[in-house]
Design a protein around this ligand. Sequence first.
Ligand code: SF4
Length: 452
Amino acid sequence: MEAESHQTFRSLSENVGAFRLKDKTFLIPQMNRIGGLLLAGAFRGFGVNAVLMDTYEGLDLGKAFTSGKECFPCQVTTGDILLFLKKEKERLGKDFDPDRYIYFMPEAEGPCRFGMYNKYQRIVLDSFPELERLKIGSLTSKNSYALDGMFDEEQTREFRKVGYFSVVVADVLDRLLWRVRPYEKQKGHADQFIERAAHTMADAFERYGSSKDFERILDKLAEIFREGKKVIDPGIPQKPLVGIVGEIYLRTHVQANQDVIRLLEKHGAEVVNASIAEWVNYTTYDRMREAKISLRLSLKQLRVSRIRDSLKRIFSYGVDLSYQHYRQDQVYKRVKPLLDLAEDHRIHQMDRILEEKKIYSFDVGTEACLSIPGILEYVRQGYNGVVNVYPFTCMPSTITSSIIRPIMNQKKVPYLDTPYDGSFQPGREAAVRTFMYQAQQHFKRHGRNGSP
Ligand code: SF4
């Protein structure tokens, strides 16, 4: 027994971490499809053989290798990797070599369970003797998803910039889809158009990413926006605007959330989902915030080396955050004159809202830091309703729900919780329909920006 547990602990430290990607096949799980395609394109541009794995088809396998107590995204991603490897083994037969792959599963610090997915999946993979040598490539929010160790030092810095840019461009493409689909001239046209656009942009990242030719990438994006505008039928009147917040995986994974955006659209909404870049910015902001707290403490204690270290960290994360804002603004500035698109919330503003209202704190952490003030921002901007999308039993989203519900009642803005665990709830569509009826009423009374 002891030997086995030693074995397990060794595997958790030796086979989960930042590994060199050179000459490996890098397996990227699908969260939001466009983001995955663009990120894989960016990796390929840097010479990494990155593959975006299919998703959700392996859910039965995921459920077979979990106990049911894990978070739903853990079950989905466990199924994705197991099914992919099963198919690879069938395809390659005796040439299958687990050493050739690195499976990408990042993590976040507590207090919730995202930090445990890759450890749990390591244990599952180790239960198949032939998969013990397959490494799990992990990045952590602890250092704001630095890529140290995966590339050469120089390439690491460059890829981080391009990778972040791909995240913002993917956000904007998603927003383009949600902006045009409720008003499309021809049913199905928006989906087809966006699928083609995602591949075009993935190619652009593969071709221009490593030379950091962001202008060429933006030119392609602008072309797509000009085309996308033509999908809209200008005769269709404006619809109520619904904002989405929640757990990052569920709110962006179309199959896992049973395509909740399409369901809302079916009942008359135009939807804006919180972005992925928001989470990346949050992790950078939070590291800087921690360094500031540590600086204050070190000053009180007069610990010179710690003061120096804190200052260095504040400077480094500050530079990263400014860079991220600069690139994000650059993308939105390029596309907004072509089509009005919702912009992202700034993290320091979210922090300030929580400070002022005293309803939650960045000290506690998790996605509730973004969801709670994100909802309040939607309300301030005149959205007609908000939906919180999350895995059943998700801790941060349950906290969000308990804090925000009474506030939304007070503000008389429609609000809906939609937890998912892979099962189909018979009342789900009725709940969405009722919510949309309320959003329509709100829209009639207040319009979309507070003025009817
Ligand atoms: S955010 Fe929710 S679903 Fe994700 S790991 Fe934490 S508790 Fe689980």
